[in-house]
Write a protein of this length. Structure first.
Length: 318
């Protein structure tokens, strides 16, 4: 029998690569032209050096790996990096990773930004262990890279490594105390570690630094306040989040749960109806709706909602 006490609160998420990347340079070669005067390298249809106007000399592709200048190699790596960024913007993450790997194969020692971008693509594919490995590579090259430390913290939270995430986000904050994203990562780690008061302080710091911060910080703040029993404040955070993104069904459902706990049943029903209208195939809002009807002693309506929840997720009947 489905219990009326079932918690309908839904968590909001604030998302084995050990092999060496090996790629022979000759697999990446193209016809490269060099300037005999200033030594700069070019690809494509260029005929004259854009810097000094000297006619370029073509280096045959089979000689590129041995003959191109170090600047030419870096230029090619930069092109692969920018291509990878473009692919990531299109959410073609697998293709982006392959392109970043080409950049790394050309120059693995200095491309800390490529390792960071590669990690972002991996994170978006849910490959969190691989992403952490790439971020550690970026940090090894540039230890004061605050963005990589922040990204590592978020990735470690995804892996359940919350103490490590707290340390990594603390590193980012030490490098740049005015980095709002780092404060969000720090607050997330504290939230998962049960250090809720400190988490709220971190989230408030992020919002103070960036008042128009995106919705996720308000969701994390609301969840943390709810865990402290500070439901009126949690409700305010959910209202802030909804003002930014009114189409988030989980937020409406969580808002309904808080209103139900505050005895504001009519408003709770309205929130659950909003959630169901956005996604009718999520069971938890139907459970919450049923609980509100039971609190109102409207048992036929409660049964209808709970039956709907069980139809979506039969495990709820156990």
């Amino acid at each position: 029998m489905l219990s009326r006490k079932r918690d309908t609160f839904i968590r909001i998420d604030g998302d084995n690569f050990k092999q060496r990347i090996t790629m022979p340079l000759d697999s990446l070669t193209v016809d490269i032209k060099t300037c005999p005067r200033c030594g700069k390298s070019f690809t494509g249809e260029s005929v004259f050096c854009i810097s000094c106007g000297t006619r370029l000399v073509t280096v045959p592709s089979e000689q590129n790996a041995m003959n191109v200048t170090s600047q030419g190699i870096q230029d090619q790596a930069d092109r692969f990096y920018k291509e990878g960024l473009s692919l990531s913007e299109l959410r073609q993450y697998s293709e982006a990773i392959a392109t970043y790997d080409k950049a790394i194969a050309l120059n693995s020692n200095n491309n800390y930004e490529v390792w960071n971008a590669r990690a972002d693509a991996l994170y978006n594919l849910g490959r969190y262990t691989d992403a952490a490995f790439s971020l550690e590579k970026a940090i090894a090259i540039k230890p004061d890279y605050a963005e990589a430390w922040k990204n590592l913290a978020h990735t470690q939270n995804k892996l359940g490594l919350h103490e490590e995430s707290k340390t990594s986000s603390g590193k980012a904050i030490a490098i740049n105390p005015n980095y709002p994203d780092a404060w969000v990562a720090f607050g997330s780690a504290l939230h998962y570690l049960g250090q809720s008061d400190d988490a709220i302080t971190a989230f408030d710091k992020a919002v103070a630094l960036k008042p128009d911060y995106d919705a996720i910080v308000w969701g994390l703040r609301a969840m943390t306040l709810h865990s402290l029993g500070r439901n009126t404040e949690a409700l305010e955070s959910y209202d802030k989040l909804i003002a930014i993104n009114p189409n988030h069904n989980i937020v409406w459902a969580n808002r309904g749960s808080i209103l139900n706990s505050l005895g504001r049943y009519t408003e709770a029903l309205e929130s659950y109806e909003k959630s169901i209208a956005i996604d009718p195939n999520l069971a938890e809002p139907w459970v919450g709706r049923g609980n509100v009807f039971m609190n109102l002693s409207q048992y036929p309506e409660a049964l209808t909602s709970l039956d709907k929840a069980i139809a979506i997720n039969p495990d709820l009947a156990m």
